[in-house]
Design a protein around this ligand. Structure first.
Ligand SMILES: [Zn+2]
Length: 99
C-alpha cells in the first residue's frame, strides 16, 4: 500500500513569497476529499500568550484574525489544473469501484 497522498499534493505560493502564506492542498484519492493546510508560524511562548489574550478579549486588527495568500495568473492556473486533476481522479475512482 503506497502513500495515500502520493502525487496528490499541491502548494500555492503567495505572490509575496512568504512561506507563511503558502497553501497546501492534499487530495485523498479514495474518499475524493481535498484537505487544505495553512502554515502556522511558531512564535515564542510570550508572543503566543499575548496573541491569545488579545483574541480572548475580542481585539481585532485591521486584518481580523485572517491572513491571506495572493495568487495571480500563474498560480491560479496551476491551482485550477490541480483541481481539474482531482475531479478527474475522483470520477475515475468512482467508475472503477462502482461494480
Ligand atoms: Zn503573501
Amino acid at each position: 500500500m503506497g502513500n495515500l497522498f502520493e502525487d496528490s499534493i499541491h502548494h500555492s505560493i503567495c505572490e509575496c513569497s512568504s512561506i507563511e502564506h503558502t497553501l497546501r492542498f492534499m487530495h485523498n484519492k479514495e474518499s475524493g476529499e481535498i484537505y487544505t493546510e495553512v502554515f502556522l508560524w511558531k512564535h515564542k511562548f510570550l508572543k503566543r500568550l499575548w496573541v491569545g489574550i488579545k483574541y480572548i478579549f475580542g481585539y481585532k486588527c485591521q486584518y481580523g484574525h485572517w491572513d491571506c495568500t495572493m495568487m495571480y495568473h500563474k498560480e491560479t492556473i496551476k491551482l485550477r489544473d490541480y483541481l481539474d486533476k482531482c475531479i478527474k481522479e475522483n470520477k475515475l475512482y468512482r467508475e472503477n469501484n462502482e461494480h
